[in-house]
Design a protein around this ligand. Structure first.
Ligand code: HXC
Length: 281
């Protein structure tokens, strides 16, 4: 759907870029001409992904092992990345999550998720933002959140807290850093099945199927649909959009929110019976 050089000359870092949706975004950005840096905790995975995507797209890709929960490692890694040339964009994609009753969580479990989702995204954003501001360069931050960043959700409470914080950061910094030509936006995906998320959140087939089909469009998202949206938001074509969150969930959260949407369960006969009866004569 885009011209092939849409992201030409852009250098984009993707956290959690070795697997899942991060890897798919990396592939799409490379197809569109971007140079990509992928970060993640497992060097072997990054190396394999980089080799695979370079072979498939012929584009430029490098990798840096990084646990974004460690602020010193973030600082060190971004200094190394910048030594090879400045970034144009950051994608806060790395996340941590699992399904649990909240009363079963230890403080370590809470920290494990919030430190990745909120602190990790904030450390990355700050380190990039400080450099862009010092160098008077434009910048672009895209964060992957969820619709429960604003609705909240039981059973994934640390993730909901973290994602809500990332959305607040996005909207706050869009205003504070707008005059410095730094844009910040977010994407709120619905059901995009990946091994990493589904094994932790929907570890039973019936749960997975229910989750994937409980939206008005009745299907799961295609990772390329998400990658294309991300490419648009990172491109100069979306240059006037900042502080925005774009939902891509097949209408899932609205269908749960609208008070009368439950009426889709009514049959044709029910609807006929609900119509006012014609008066005799
Ligand atoms: C209860 C759990 C638990 C579970 C871990 N813990 N899993 N508690 N239920 N299922 C507890 C542990 O017992 C421990 O506490 C603490 O959490 C830390 O666990 P570790 O395994 O030591 O942590 P770590 O190795 O750092 O792993 C972090 C992680 C893990 C978040 C727990 O899942 C991870 O690495 N995730 C990264 C990838 C990921 O989650 N992807 C999915 C993102 S999906 P104690 O007290 O025992 O020491 C997403 C999208 C959502 O965000 C939207 C979908 C639509």
């Amino acid at each position: 759907m885009f011209v092939s050089g849409l992201l030409k000359d852009k250098r984009i870092l993707i956290t959690g870029g070795g697997t899942g949706l991060g890897k798919n975004m990396a592939r799409r950005f490379m197809e569109l001409g971007a140079g990509v840096v992928i970060c993640g905790r497992r060097e072997e995975v990054l190396k394999e992904t980089a080799g695979e995507l370079a072979g498939e797209t012929g584009g430029g890709i490098s990798w840096k092992p990084l646990d974004i929960r460690d602020p010193e490692a973030v600082e060190r890694t971004l200094a190394e990345v910048w030594d090879d040339g400045p970034l144009d964009a950051l994608v806060n994609n790395a996340a941590g999550n699992f399904l649990s009753r909240t009363e079963d969580l230890s403080h370590r479990a809470l920290d494990a998720v919030v430190n990745i989702v909120l602190h990790g995204s904030a450390y990355m954003t700050l380190e990039c933002g400080k450099r862009w501001i010092a160098e008077r360069r434009p910048g672009n931050v895209l964060s992957i959140v969820t619709t429960y960043a604003w609705t909240g959700s039981g059973y994934v409470v640390p993730s909901a807290m973290g994602k809500a914080g990332v959305l607040a950061m996005t909207r706050s910094l869009a205003v504070e850093w707008g005059p410095k030509n730094i844009r910040l936006n977010a994407i709120a995906p619905g059901a995009f099945p990946t091994e990493g998320a589904w094994s932790r959140l929907l570890p039973r087939e019936d749960l997975a199927e229910a989750f994937e089909t409980r939206n008005p469009l009745g299907r799961a998202g295609d990772p390329d649909e998400l990658a294309n949206l991300a490419a648009y938001l990172l491109s100069d074509q979306s240059g006037f959009i900042t502080g925005e969150v774009v939902t891509i969930d097949g209408g899932a959260w609205l269908s749960g929110a609208g008070q009368f949407n439950f009426a889709s369960m009514l049959s044709d006969e029910d609807w006929q019976n609900l119509r006012p009866k014609k008066k005799d004569g």
